[in-house]
Write a protein of this length. Structure first.
Length: 508
């Protein structure tokens, strides 16, 4: 091999670029293609109809009137932006090749989630590459083979990976302090899935931090009392940035929602109701599943409350639903407290703290809603280079994977590789919803038994939450802590450990 012509071995960088820049780009392109190919192969070969036939039905009905979809499409609970991919799915399903061949049918459902998850690999590669080339490669590779995300988009065909991709783009734009692009991406994320609204406190506080800085110095309150806030150029520049963000959010929402609102008003007999009907999808989505937990391995699963109505009372006058709302407000209030009272700030860790608390402590959570926390753990690891976050990322990936695999494997009338997790026990809870009663009839539901796999997985998930929140809060509120700026080799093998190892070898 001619090492003079190979940049991998050339230690002398040429002018204008790093010696391995071309190799990094080639690695990123190959990784993206292989990740997409892997997901599409699994998506076409794994057949399931659980919680995916709605997408096909909606896609077919969108052809009867796209912008008036909320007036005639049955039980439509998606915001408007994801209706564009569903419309393309409906067009594909009109072809005879897709109607008569089951793998093509699965590809039509799962192609957009698989593409979005592969794009997340590229975003993480770019995000990590700003710090260290090896870090970007490692982050993208870990996401490309992550079992939780592969199972979500390729096996199941859910749309959570689309939300994760938009969240990754949004948080990268926040890291670059691009407020206009952040506003566009935030509006697009909220117009894709209801769960995007959970990140509103973090995005709002981070935009405030970018525009005006921290409030701990007291300058803002001092200027407010004296009335000289608009005479300070610092605050004038910050106000312009904040207005640009607000304008981007409002403009993007208008572009996305106005066509559907006008179409609904034209197609509906009640003009006012049809005009505002696309906005009611958020409230309808919250009230659609009034249960304490929907197969989510959180603290309520640990207590055996899966599928139970959230209006039951555990104290006089206090229902579980009210308790979940209290935890939701506490989690939202913790975000401004972190930004205002914390010694340091990290929008990755703040978002992880918020989404983890919402999943583990509030009601009406599905098993898939925790998967977005993996993005924030990986982003926090790339920012802080703390190997403990990487360990939490791997453990939480396993927990989320087993949660999804248990649910999908128990409701499908087929034998999968997770068949060994079925115990054949039958539950007797009469308050479960009919879909779960069908699961009970197959002998695959075992939530009431304390030796159940779901309960043990929930117990491990609660322990992970305690450890991870302790680590995050310790970083955010510890004045003497520092951000460890190390290269890739030092992340794996710290310098002091290498020195001790070298001394030990020399002594021998």
């Amino acid at each position: 091999m001619n090492r003079k012509r190979n940049r991998l071995y050339d230690d002398r960088p040429s002018a204008g670029h790093r010696p391995d820049e071309g190799l990094e780009r080639q690695f990123g392109a190959i990784l993206f293609c292989f990740a997409l190919l892997l997901r599409l192969t699994v998506a076409g070969g794994y057949l399931n109809a659980y919680d995916t036939e709605w997408n096909l039905m909606w896609g077919m009905e969108l052809g009867d009137g796209f912008f008036s979809a909320y007036t005639h499409v049955t039980s439509l609970d998606y915001p408007p932006l994801y209706l564009y991919p569903l419309y393309l799915v409906g067009r594909l399903m009109r072809l005879t090749e897709f109607q008569g061949y089951a793998p093509f049918r699965m590809l039509a459902i799962k192609c957009f989630p698989c593409l979005a998850d592969s794009l997340t690999c590229a975003v993480l590669y770019r995000l990590g590459g700003r710090r260290n080339a090896s870090a970007g490669m490692m982050a993208a590779a870990l996401w490309a083979v992550n079992p939780a995300t592969v199972f979500n988009c390729a096996f199941w065909g859910q749309t959570d990976c689309v939300l994760i991709c938009l969240a990754a783009l949004l948080f990268e734009a926040l890291a670059q302090k691009r407020v206009t692009l952040s506003g566009v991406l935030f509006a697009a994320m909220c117009a894709t899935k209801l769960q995007g609204l959970y990140l509103t406190p973090v995005v709002g506080m981070e935009i405030w931090y970018i525009c005006f800085g921290t409030l701990r110095d007291g300058h803002f309150l001092q200027h407010m009392r004296s009335g000289r806030i608009w005479s300070d150029r610092r605050w004038q520049r910050g106000a312009k940035k904040f207005l640009r963000f607000a304008g981007a959010v409002g403009g993007t929402f208008a572009v996305i929602y106005l066509p559907f609102m006008i179409g609904g008003a034209i197609a509906s007999s009640d003009r006012a109701a049809g005009f505002f009907q696309p906005l009611t999808v958020y409230a309808d989505g919250v009230d659609k599943y009034p249960y304490i937990t929907m197969n989510a391995d959180n603290i309520y699963m640990l207590l055996g409350l899966n599928g139970v109505s959230d209006d039951i009372r555990f104290l006089p006058g206090v229902s579980v639903s009210l308790l979940g709302k209290f935890f939701l407000l506490a989690a939202v209030a913790a975000v401004p407290a972190v930004y205002l009272r914390g010694k340091r700030h990290s929008h990755w860790l703040a978002a992880y703290m918020l989404t983890e608390c919402i999943f583990m402590l509030t009601c009406r959570q599905h098993e898939r809603y925790q998967i977005i926390t993996l993005l924030f753990l990986m982003g926090g690891f790339l920012q802080l280079a703390d190997r403990r976050l990487l360990t939490l990322f791997s453990l939480q990936s396993a927990v989320i994977f087993f949660n999804q695999a248990r649910v999908l494997g128990s409701v499908l009338e087929r034998t999968g590789w997770w068949e060994g997790y079925r115990t054949g026990r039958r539950a007797t809870n009469q308050s479960m919803i009919p879909a779960q009663q069908a699961v009970i009839s197959n002998g695959a539901w075992w939530v009431r038994h304390h030796y159940d796999f779901a309960v043990w997985n929930a117990f491990f998930n609660v322990c992970l939450m305690a450890v991870s929140l302790t680590l995050v809060l310790r970083y955010l509120f510890n004045r003497n802590g520092r951000i460890m700026q190390r290269n890739f080799l030092q992340w794996i093998f710290p310098r002091d450990d290498r020195e001790r190892y070298t001394k030990r070898r020399s002594a021998k």
